[in-house]
Design a protein around this ligand. Structure first.
Ligand code: OAD
Length: 250
């Protein structure tokens, strides 16, 4: 396969950038084998109805179904490993003075790859909280209850992810907005740019004069506004970008 072409102007800007933000979506984990959401046939929302699985109402109606669906997703993700796209972002973080990785993904693959400055906008599949009190819960007594019960209040436990109709964690969103507003370059990688408020972050960066780079095999609503669109898979483009910018064999 031939090396993807990265525009020289982008390489120059990245070499001298001090503040870089990266927004990732499900597409960056696709090459690890984690399904995306909106792609025809293979996307999770093509096969499952989010209204039955990813809303507080769904959990109230059928907590067992929702708990078990997330348990299945955790199991799926446990069998995957970070790919070359995740690893290239670890390299990028090492080379940029102020680097913020903002992810919509709940799969934890960026941390497993070795990234440090991570803002998880939509929570994490591997964390649990109390549905009643919204408090994180790390362990609970073994039982046959599905979902298990909160050891403090006896309420139902739920995955610590953001469901449709719920607010994003306020501190995390604020930090992401700050990173987007102050970045010199923002990369939008593997996201359909359809879900707000995450989809606003590249627009915030543009408003503040940043270079916005989209990395995606398909166009998105962001594409017409992006400064550069690098068309292709994150696991191919990101390593090439890092290699061509800093002369590494990624
Ligand atoms: P989507 O499924 O909406 O979009 C995935 C994007 O990844 C698409 O634009 C694909 O073209 C692109 N893609 C596919 N393979 C790729 C690859 N190898 N490299 C790069 N890009 C690739 O997923 P998100 O944008 O992450 O929210 O969805 C946003 C949110 O909607 C999710 O966090 C989730 C979902 O409902 C919640 O659950 C709250």
């Amino acid at each position: 396969m031939s090396e993807p072409h990265i525009p020289a102007a982008l390489i120059q800007r990245l070499r001298s950038a001090r503040r870089v933000a990266v927004l990732t979506g499900a597409g960056i984990s696709a090459e690890s084998g984690v399904p995306t959401f909106r792609e025809a046939q293979t996307g999770l929302w093509a096969r499952y109805n989010p209204e039955e699985l990813a809303t507080p109402e769904a959990f109230r109606r059928n907590p067992q179904l929702v708990w078990e669906w997330y348990a299945w997703r955790r199991e799926q993700v446990r069998q995957t490993t970070p790919n070359a796209g995740h690893l290239a972002l670890v390299e990028m973080e090492r080379r940029i003075a102020e680097f913020t990785l903002i992810t919509q993904n709940v799969d934890g693959l960026h941390r497993r790859a070795g990234s440090h400055q991570i803002l998880e906008l939509h929570g994490n599949l591997f964390r649990t909280k109390c549905f009643n009190e919204n408090r994180p819960v790390e362990s609970w007594p073994e039982s046959t209850d599905i979902p298990p019960r909160c050891p403090q209040c006896g309420g139902l436990l739920r995955p610590d992810v953001v469901w449709f109709g719920e607010m994003l964690p306020a501190g995390v969103l604020r930090a992401a907005e700050h990173a987007a507003a102050t970045a010199q370059i923002l990369f939008s990688v593997g996201t359909s740019a359809l879900v707000y408020p995450a989809a606003d972050l590249p627009l915030t960066a543009l408003t503040h004069g940043a270079t916005v780079v989209e990395i995606n095999p398909q166009p998105t609503p962001l594409s017409p506004q992006a400064t550069f669109c690098l068309t292709g898979a994150a696991g191919v483009i990101l390593p090439a970008l890092v290699a061509q910018t800093w002369g590494l064999v990624a």
